[in-house]
Design a protein around this ligand. Structure first.
Ligand code: SF4
Length: 322
């Protein structure tokens, strides 16, 4: 199978809508061609600056305008973050991602701190990743020079549905940041969330945008909304596992090289449901009992899952950027 960047929406829709067993079989076949089946990347995500965000992402408890239980917390100290990174490594994570609830990076002392964090985490032999909002080309280069391996910037949903979820920035802003990250030769992590009230065409639309970028993202997180009280999406119903399976399998087939990350929402899935997602081509998870501010299965539960399913953790830097 060749890597394609010229997918059409119709082709992606045809894959997405295949009978589930055919879809899973095809995705599992592609998965085995490009990845070691049963090998799963374990990442830790730490919120280094929490809450108080000026943006209005309808799913996010960190937006200052929503009344949620999340307490704003200023930027953590570098030493504290490095200690968390050591702990993440000791519990088996190979990628450490630091998130700050910012609209965009500003060239100030907090960014200088992030640069120190990136340098420190890099020396631990972990793949270091950040998610800090919008970036200029110069800021992307500064992060790269500090040793940043990957940058997360999710498209969240389709271009059409975007305004229903976020009004404080545009889809094009997102794409511009992804381009700056790519141009700085940083590995790109970009995906989205399902269960926000979007239609099937929006799910396909988001996959279409990702799969027709000049180069596919190296990581594609697929999140199921975890509704948080106080956010506009607090009453959204849970998405079924089959919707997650369709998203994951379609992403796996159209972007075969990507690490497809089963991200938020895992806390509401049982072991069997997660196993279906791995069969559909997911090969990365977030570890730790919190995903920024929302709950996630704890270390012990994940250890049990790895044992029961006989999964193997993937080593760091397995596929270096060329
Ligand atoms: S998702 Fe990020 S940008 Fe949006 S409100 Fe939350 S912290 Fe801010």
């Amino acid at each position: 199978m060749t890597i394609r960047n010229n997918w059409t929406r119709e082709e992606i829709a045809a894959i997405y809508n295949k009978p589930v067993l055919d879809l899973m079989y095809e995705a599992a076949t592609v998965h085995r061609q490009y990845h070691q089946a049963g090998e799963v990347q374990v990442c830790t995500l730490l919120s280094v600056k929490t809450g108080g965000c000026p943006e209005d992402c309808a799913y996010c408890p960190q937006a200052a305008r929503y009344n949620t239980s999340v307490k704003a917390h200023k930027m953590m100290e570098v030493g504290e973050v490095l200690q968390k990174a050591v702990e993440a490594k000791e519990s088996g994570s190979t990628r450490f991602c630091m998130g700050a609830a910012w609209r965009e990076v500003r060239d100030n002392r907090d960014f200088d701190k992030v640069i120190e964090m990136v340098k420190g985490v890099n020396t631990l032999g972990l793949e270091v990743c950040c998610t800090l909002g919008m970036l200029t080309p110069e800021q992307a280069q500064k992060l790269k020079d500090a040793g940043l391996y990957a940058y997360n910037h999710n498209l969240d949903t389709s271009e059409n549905f975007y305004d229903d979820i976020i009004t404080t920035r545009t889809y094009q802003d997102r794409l511009d940041t992804l381009e700056h990250v790519r141009n700085a030769n940083i590995s790109v992590c970009s995906g989205g969330i399902i269960g926000m009230g979007e239609g099937e065409a929006d799910r396909i639309g988001m996959l279409y945008t990702l799969a027709t970028l000049p180069q596919h993202p190296e990581s594609v997180p697929v999140n199921a909304l975890v509704p948080v009280e106080g956010t506009p999406l607090e009453d959204q119903p849970k998405v079924s596992v089959w919707e997650m399976v369709r998203m994951i399998a379609t992403a796996r087939i159209i972007m075969p090289h990507a690490m497809v990350r089963l991200s938020a929402g895992r806390v509401r899935m049982n072991l069997e449901e997660q196993a279906l997602c791995f069969m559909a081509g997911a090969n990365s998870i977030f570890a730790g009992d919190k995903l920024l501010t929302t709950p996630n299965p704890g270390y012990v539960k994940d250890q049990e899952m790895f044992q029961t399913l006989q999964l193997r953790p993937r080593q760091a830097y397995k596929e270096q950027l060329v």
